[in-house]
Design a protein around this ligand. Structure first.
Ligand SMILES: Nc1ncnc2c1ncn2[C@@H]1O[C@H](COP(=O)(O)OP(=O)(O)OP(=O)(O)O)[C@@H](O)[C@H]1O
Ligand SMILES: [Mg+2]
Length: 491
């Protein structure tokens, strides 16, 4: 473990790409920055000791006041489809890539978000408000706890600098950590510049998908074999990611192609939400008036986004039919991941064709009664033993009883000791998820300079399957006041 951020081994491979891919520039530091919270787990992953997080040089880097020693600070360009419409050039309008930490756990890029204007800011001020920064900071760890691929956050820095949104708020910077911040939109940006596209593709394949290169000679795809294998790999990772989102009730909120990680990670925690009461067409983003990114639309949106990625590869001379053939892997990859997750959540050893109907009816039961997503799944483990208690959780007790009878019959068709079934289910159905009102509590405390709620939530969310005595309120349905909460694209 290293006691100073200055001693980290740092590179920036992205900065070795041609200059057209980014603009080198320094962040705009916050005035009077304070480190509200640093993530000891992520620090350890980078090789940094807890002591390193308390040094002034650490604060300087994560507040944007000093460069990461050895790094080359830059903002990257990308484009994208936003809400289904081609938006043209976007890019890191409020983010700065500091460099890449070489540690035993792998190279990790460090990126500041909310660190000031760049040539890609368009009309934006380059800032992020404390509210959305706390939400981003927490969400990565919540995902890690659930075992879902994600970018993470190392530090959260606050200041008194005003930021003007619907009201006056204050600016914050989150230091994000990821193997890469390249998005589908990074590829779309070069869709009509095959030479640049090839450079980006080679960079991403070499660093993150080397297995796509090393196919046996004579494999299908000819000279474009690596491109096709790469696309297939992204298709599969993305399908699996969205399947995992679905089974924990996560709604991303802004699945624009510029918010789709090329590595299949959850990226850009803006107006996301973990559902409380289940509604299949739940829209978590108040700005999404058409419901384009509703929970039940996420799989098809991911597929649509992959089409956009595939289209951008056409200029390399790959034929459309071969690209389409890779996109066709989506459905199976999604269903395999979804069914695998649902088997665990329902305590089934393996998926049987008839389970499709049982599971669909489970969703319908939850939807019809607006039952709490997380509590309903968690409560299912004990339902066969205590039918009364389970059924009482639903308004339409007859419907709940009818479904439960079928479920119990299904369980009796497999040989899995009850104790093992319960353990399996409890390892797949979290007690704690990052409900909006819990994040809100942490935000309100953070506004007063108090990080204790962040600390509490991190403790619970990193181990979300284990009930912790004294934290019952964090597992409960949201209180009355929470129905007023709205999250939107304003961040
Ligand atoms: N306050 C802002 N100032 C400048 N640019 C902004 C601002 N807010 C958003 N943008 C830019 O608008 C585009 C879309 O924003 P979006 O909310 O998807 O991304 P983001 O939350 O800023 O960043 P990321 O996707 O890296 O998490 C991006 O190019 C982003 O950089
Ligand atoms: Mg974004």
């Amino acid at each position: 473990m290293i006691d100073s951020i200055k001693q980290l081994q740092v590179e920036n491979s992205f900065a070795q790409l041609p200059a057209a891919f980014y603009t080198r520039l320094q962040p705009q530091a916050l005035r009077n920055p304070r480190l509200l919270h640093a993530n000891v787990d992520v620090a350890r992953m980078l090789g940094l000791s807890p002591a390193a997080l308390e040094t002034p040089e650490f604060l300087d880097v994560v507040a944007g006041s000093a460069p990461l020693p050895g790094g080359q600070t830059l903002a990257a360009v990308y484009s994208g489809h936003q809400f289904g419409v081609w938006a043209g050039q976007l890019g890191d309008g409020r983010a700065h890539l500091l460099g890449e930490v070489i540690s035993p756990s792998g190279p990790w890029e460090l990126q500041l978000k909310g660190s000031g204007r760049t040539p890609y800011s368009r009309m934006g001020d380059g800032r992020a408000v404390l509210r959305s920064s706390v939400r981003e900071y927490l969400a990565g760890e919540a995902m890690v706890g659930l075992g879902i691929p994600t970018t993470r956050a190392l530090a959260l820095v606050v200041s008194d600098d005003p930021v003007y949104r619907e009201t006056v708020e204050t600016a914050a910077i989150v230091t994000r950590v990821s193997p890469s911040f390249v998005r589908f939109g990074s590829f779309e940006h070069w869709a009509s510049s095959p030479e640049k596209l090839r450079v980006l593709l080679d960079y991403v394949i070499d660093r993150h998908y080397p297995e796509c290169r090393n196919a046996d000679a004579g494999e299908p795809g000819g000279e474009h074999g690596a491109v096709l294998r790469f696309l297939q790999a992204v298709v599969v990772k993305t399908a699996q990611l969205v399947a995992h989102w679905q089974t924990v009730g996560f709604c991303h909120g802004v699945m624009n192609t510029d918010n789709m990680s090329i590595l299949g990670l959850t990226i850009d925690y803006g107006p996301y939400g973990f559902m409380d009461g289940f509604q299949a067409n739940h829209i978590c983003n108040h700005s999404d008036e058409q419901g384009r990114y509703a929970w039940n639309a996420q799989p098809s949106v991911a597929h649509w986004n992959l089409y956009r990625l595939a289209s951008s590869l056409l200029s390399l001379g790959v034929d459309a039919e071969s690209l389409k053939a890779q996109l066709a892997h989506f459905e199976l990859a999604f269903l395999q991941a979804y069914r695998g997750d649902m088997c665990k959540k329902l305590g089934l050893i393996q998926w049987e064709p008839a389970d499709e109907e049982l599971v669909d009816d489970w969703w319908a039961l939850l939807h019809g009664q607006h039952a709490d997503f997380t509590l309903s799944f968690r409560g299912l483990a004990g339902a066969p033993k205590d039918k009364q208690a389970f059924v009482a959780g639903f308004e339409d007790t007859a419907a709940a009883q009818a479904w439960l009878d079928r479920y119990v019959a299904r369980l009796s068709n497999q040989s899995l000791p009850d104790q093992e079934r319960v353990a399996l289910m409890n390892s797949a159905n979290p007690v704690y998820v990052l409900r909006n009102h819990l994040a809100e509590g942490a935000i309100q405390a953070a506004k007063k300079g108090d990080a204790s709620e962040i600390e509490t939530l991190l403790k619970l969310l990193r181990d979300p399957y284990t009930e912790q005595a004294g934290y019952e309120a964090y597992a409960a349905k949201p209180p009355e006041w929470a129905c007023q909460l709205e999250v939107s694209c304003s961040s």
